[in-house]
Design a protein. Structure first.
Length: 233
């Protein structure tokens, strides 16, 4: 029998493992198999999962390790892109969301929709400065509210709306074919339902050594595989 704390870690690690897996598929499509739309479509799940987990973890702790890797990755990205499409990478976004967790904890969950309306306006402001800035706070708030046991009707509505907006934005950005748009909507529908029902992911079969190790070293996996892929292309 697993404790609540242990069940939380099982869920957290499992979702982080899925995020890592689809992230690598996405980057394979971005750097090596640029004509394979499927990889980029599946990869659209990575950022929402990582950002959701920032809110779900509730951590407001400042991480020097994340900051160091964020700066190093930004330097590599600037060198690789020659300042084109400059935005702060997702690690900076995660640090910002961790900082905002301090304020979200102080907010009244009775003001569920007020907080989300504020998040939409805030997201527009940071959307062009940070990677995934348009949706970072929205997905992180989903994590906060899921953990706070907000009524599921509200969660389904919020999760569905955020995932739909994200699907439309990504479909336009990547100019996916109709078949890939359908797949994207299907995958994000599964994601929307899964994050609301994350409490069901408690079985011991999800607690494998591979999942635990991948989750533990997620930051290193992200940084080193991204640098390696940049160097090889």
């Amino acid at each position: 029998m697993y404790s609540k704390a242990n069940n939380y870690l099982v869920r957290y690690d499992f979702f982080k493992f899925i995020a890592i897996f689809v992230m690598i598929l996405d980057h394979l499509g971005a750097y090596f198999f640029t004509d394979v739309e499927f990889l980029r479509v599946v990869g659209r799940l990575a950022a929402p999962l990582f950002l959701f987990l920032v809110g779900y973890s509730g951590s407001a702790r400042f991480s020097k390790e994340i900051l160091i890797y964020a700066i190093l990755l930004q330097i590599f990205h600037i060198y690789d892109s020659e300042w084109q499409d400059f935005r702060f990478n997702i690690l900076f976004m995660i640090l910002l969301l961790r900082y905002l967790n301090n304020f979200v904890k102080l907010a009244s969950f009775a003001n569920f929709w007020v907080i989300y309306i504020f998040a939409i306006f805030y997201s527009v402001l940071v959307g062009f400065i940070f990677e995934y800035g348009l949706f970072g706070l929205l997905f992180a708030l989903l994590g906060v509210f899921v953990k706070a046991n907000i009524p599921k009707a509200r969660l389904y509505l919020a999760s569905g709306a955020v995932c739909l907006l994200y699907a439309v934005y990504e479909a336009i950005l990547f100019e996916f074919s109709n078949e890939m748009i359908f797949l994207l909507l299907l995958l994000l529908s599964v994601l929307a339902i899964s994050i609301v029902n994350i409490s069901y992911f408690e079985k011991s079969c999800l607690q494998s050594r591979v999942i635990k190790l991948a989750a533990k070293y997620a930051l290193l996996i992200y940084f080193y595989h991204k640098i390696a892929f940049m160097a090889l292309t």
